[in-house]
Design a protein around this ligand. Sequence first.
Ligand SMILES: NC(=O)c1ccc[n+]([C@@H]2O[C@H](COP(=O)([O-])OP(=O)(O)OC[C@H]3O[C@@H](n4cnc5c(N)ncnc54)[C@H](O)[C@@H]3O)[C@@H](O)[C@H]2O)c1
Length: 248
Amino acid sequence: MFSVKDKRVLITGGASGIGLALVRHFQSAGATVAVIDLCSSEQLDATGAEVYLADVGDEAQLADAFGNAAADSPLDVVINNAGIALPEGRYEDADLSNLDKVLHVNVRGVYLGLKYAARYLRDGGAIINTASAAAHITFPEYSSYSVSKGGVLAMTRTAALQLGRRGIRVNAVSPGTVLTPMESSEGAEARISVQATALERPARVEDILGAYHFLAADESSYITGTEIRVDGGWIAGMTYNLMERALA
Ligand SMILES: NC(=O)c1ccc[n+]([C@@H]2O[C@H](COP(=O)([O-])OP(=O)(O)OC[C@H]3O[C@@H](n4cnc5c(N)ncnc54)[C@H](O)[C@@H]3O)[C@@H](O)[C@H]2O)c1
């Protein structure tokens, strides 16, 4: 059940955090893993995964990286996971350079990831995009991040429609706060997630791997164009912690 053994999996943003945990997870489950990232890391090198250096938002670089990763055999699974989060502040004095950077990686990067996944995936393959709970719950000064992750969900649905006739499924995983280099345990989001999630804690990377595994496995063969939220119950609604604080 739920085997990904012998699948060829390409993961973007595999040098750190969620991507690195996915590399290790899919390798331990018997898959062959290739990574596309801006740069490698000691931990990624230690996995022995193939690494192709590219900016996911740069079409020429990404095309080369996909071409090399799929040179010997077509891909079974592509995980468009590379992403960044930067605050751009309030609308009245927003830092538009941060808006441009976030959209470059999180929207253009995923768009291009879909374009080349469509070229290099075998029929019947799977694409999984890393979105975020922030597609649903916005933060006052991170507008571009929520815009970008809402865009990832929209692209997920569109790509599912385009690729369905080839049996390629396209889905998203939307994590809440996950402790990675992007989100430290001392950071604001980790502290907020204690109050704002039903489970009263941020996620460890191990908490979210199962959703990717399930969407990559053949047992999810009729699931496409949708999203699995792995958010500890953040989007479910008002927690006891928040109610108790508000009413104290
Ligand atoms: N950590 C969280 O709480 C959280 C929550 C929801 C969603 N996410 C999403 O999960 C994904 C991974 O985040 P993470 O927490 O592991 O972050 P991370 O910073 O630990 O890892 C991100 C990886 O993406 C790579 N990357 C960044 N820009 C790139 C580019 N232009 N081209 C190629 N690679 C690039 C980085 O080099 C890094 O290896 C992102 O899409 C992020 O938005 C994270």
